[in-house]
Design a binder for this molecule. Sequence first.
Ligand SMILES: [Zn+2]
Length: 252
Amino acid sequence: MYWDIHCHADRLTEDEMEEAVKRKVVVGAVAMDMESARKMLRLKERYPENIRVFLGIHPEVEGSQEEAEEMLNLIEKRRDLLDGIGEVGIPYFYMEGKSSEERKAIKKRGAELLERFVETAARYDLPLNLHVVGDDVGIVLPILEGYGIRGALFHWYEGGDEHLKRLVDAGHFISVSPEIVTNQHYFDFVKGIPLERLLLESDAPCPYGEERGVPTMIFQVAESLAEYHGIEVEKLLRIAGENTLKYLRAGE
Ligand SMILES: [Zn+2]
């Protein structure tokens, strides 16, 4: 089995999901909102072996407080089915035209909501699938530390080398997206991620260049990384798979 640890599986076509199954890719399916959470739970029934369910409210989604409460309730109710919490994190994009006061307020609200999910993750010992960009590591790490969380996943993280060092020192994981194939700047950053902390993801159906993202793109990511690290692709895939199992606390 291979792993795509961060994917919006509810938005995939049936063919894309079937292709993932055929090529033995297990998909870490992250929710954006209540609607995608419900779809995810139905997908899990259909593909019990190939879907791992993460529930949360995407930080860039302008959701209501009620929806957040509803999601937290759903996590409590269905935690037997859950593999983790996500996609949660700090709003980063869509800040254009906002004053610095407004930005601060958005980040603060984001951090408060994130803390609710982190608290739930700590209570049930569930892995976190996080959306955190650049300097926002400085907001998130103290929250995780406050709840004694280690081994969280920072999906498609890109930021300064100093932040990367802090993430690694704190025992967290980072997943690499197919963006490495189209973006040299991102690839250069990814080179600094230690192999023992690296996972693979597609963030599908997010597009890369002209191409629509699909779970099987993890094989292209693995190829590029294996070439850079001078190892066989199969070995890279095995290392990423072992890291994924550690992240999911499988067998603990
Ligand atoms: Zn995502």
